[in-house]
Design a protein. Structure first.
Length: 265
């Protein structure tokens, strides 16, 4: 293993990890083999080339990815314009899946269950999600409970229900604070609303919070623990977007893409 190789760390600066790797070329190759050496070579190269996040990096990335970002936001808007409540329900389920997981895992999980979202029992959903999601039983329970509530509350007519709010904060509060809507909170409620075409909601996940901390706009990258703190952090991000003259929703995707390397959902 790499951790077993003695490397004279004091002989190198923090930014010379790649040089460090080649210094121990022979012993590393002998210890882990050529294939694994190649893997670690890529890891160290990635660390070497990692770019420090600055406001100029944000501006430059926005210039490079603006068209792709706007295209993605247009896709979100098209979901709302489709007037299909089943699509809105799928997007809500996607956000239930991504909490404490990843967007990729959320996409795989939705693909696995989308044909069964309206009819499958909790146990059936858990069975489908087994091996697909890291929390198959918990997420199946969240979906079943949320579906039962929404059927009673609005007949799963989500577009009509969401459009009935005249206040954008009240709309998100309903999603985040209703006890029978499971697995969202303020981050995923914002995520859901953005993904179905609403604008002006910050998705304060680890990538956005880490970016804000690196840029010096917040001192702690821990997720906001309550509504008041979420709104305060969201306002900081809005002010940052205004200063950069970048659309608020576009800035979210810029920062997320810098951290992840892709413009997803």
């Amino acid at each position: 293993m790499l951790s077993k190789i003695a490397i004279p760390v004091s002989n190198f600066g923090k930014n010379n990890l790649y040089q460090m790797l080649h210094c121990c070329n022979n012993s590393l190759t002998k210890s882990v083999g050529k294939a694994e050496y190649s893997f670690w070579e890529k890891v160290f190269a990635s660390l070497k080339n990692k770019q420090q996040l600055t406001i100029e990096v944000v501006r430059e990335t926005y210039r490079e990815r603006q068209e792709a970002i706007r295209s993605r936001l247009a896709e979100f808007a098209a979901i709302w314009q489709a007037n299909d409540d089943s699509l809105l329900w799928q997007e809500l389920v996607f956000c239930i899946f991504t909490a404490n997981a990843s967007a990729r895992m959320g996409l795989r999980s939705v693909a696995a269950v989308k044909e069964h979202l309206l009819t499958a029992t909790q146990d059936e959903l858990a069975g489908i999600l087994n091996g697909v999601h890291r929390f198959p039983n918990a997420r199946a329970a969240y979906i079943a409970t949320t579906r039962e509530f929404l059927l009673t509350d609005c007949g799963l007519r989500l577009k009509e229900r969401l459009d009935g709010f005249s206040d954008s904060l009240a709309r998100r509060d309903w999603l985040a604070q209703t006890r029978q809507i499971k697995g969202l909170g303020y981050k995923e409620a914002s995520h859901f609303l953005r993904n179905i075409g609403y604008r002006g909601y910050a998705i304060l996940d680890k990538h956005i919070l880490n970016s804000m901390a690196e840029l010096g706009f917040i001192t702690d990258s821990k997720p906001p623990s309550n509504r008041t703190r979420y709104l305060a952090t969201e306002e900081v991000l809005k002010q940052f977007a205004a200063e950069l003259k970048i659309d608020f929703d576009e800035l979210d995707l810029v920062l997320w893409s810098i951290k992840t390397g892709e413009i997803l959902k």
